[in-house]
Design a protein around this ligand. Structure first.
Ligand code: SF4
Ligand code: SF4
Ligand code: SF4
Length: 244
């Protein structure tokens, strides 16, 4: 499982053949940043392939066509997609049931390409054209109000332009997060007064209260389910619960 580091392709800005190969692999990967390959984003997977540390069949969003393109690029044999990473499927986009959204902002923090807009305590909306279908916002939603649906334009594919835009948005988001982290560190170093309680405690309390109100509201609409203890129960664990 060794990548061909001398593969004949253009690579921007590096004298290191391995970086150049990683650039070319990254250019093929679909940039959904879904982590299904087992890496935290597309680029780390590209780096692992270029180093010879990963097989080329671990990207379900890229599917068989993507894997074949990687095989051509690297000179490696064609393989079936690794079922451990999930199956190839039609493109889906996230949709928020806005009537149930409590405005906790957790989904915004999880979205790798900033495809969700909203504000604290306000309903949130997915910009479908920007959504990569990565699915990363679904499980953390404390009231289970995000689902993955077919795109309205019935487009099941993911074009090269969408891929490149997703890569750029992911990079911009990471730069912004790094700037914010640096700013927090600098403020701390300047001796600015720090939080008197656990960081984020206020916000967690707000979220927990909103979840409880949402559950109570749903239970009042469906008393039978409430009596059985299932009304409003989220599918996923309460992210504010740190008792586990
Ligand atoms: S699209 Fe998902 S599975 Fe494919 S390389 Fe990117 S993060 Fe990994
Ligand atoms: S909205 Fe959800 S599914 Fe779409 S890109 Fe953001 S985190 Fe992924
Ligand atoms: S995680 Fe769910 S409840 Fe929270 S803002 Fe997003 S959609 Fe709304």
């Amino acid at each position: 499982m060794h990548a061909r580091a001398d593969a004949p392709f253009p690579g921007p800005g590096s004298d290191n053949p391995s970086d150049t190969l990683a650039d070319a692999i990254d250019a093929i990967l679909p940039q959904t940043q879904c982590t299904r390959c087992g890496y935290e984003a597309c680029r780390p997977y590209a780096d692992a392939i270029a180093r010879g540390d990963a097989e080329i069949n671990r990207c379900p969003p890229g599917g068989e066509a993507g894997m074949r393109a990687l095989a051509r690029l690297t000179g490696r044999p064609v393989l079936p997609l690794d079922p451990e990473c999930g199956a190839e499927g039609l493109r889906r986009v996230a949709r928020v049931d806005e009537s149930r959204c409590i405005g906790c902002t957790i989904c915004i923090q999880k979205c790798p390409v900033d495809a969700i807009i909203g504000a604290p305590k306000k309903m949130h909306t997915v910009i479908a054209a920007l959504c990569t279908g990565c699915d990363l916002c679904v499980a953390p939603c404390p009231v289970d109000c995000i689902e993955m649906v077919p795109p309205q334009d019935a487009e099941s594919g993911w074009s090269g332009a969408q891929r490149d835009r997703a890569r750029a948005r992911f990079a911009r988001r990471n730069e912004r997060l790094a700037r914010e982290a640096a700013l927090r560190l600098a403020r701390h170093a300047d001796g600015a007064p720090g939080p008197t309680r656990e960081p984020g405690a206020d916000r967690l309390a707000v979220i927990r209260g909103a979840v409880q109100r949402a559950r109570a509201k749903r239970a009042s609409r469906d008393p039978l389910a409430a009596a059985s203890g299932s009304a409003g129960a989220p599918t996923h664990a309460d992210p504010t619960d740190r008792s586990a």
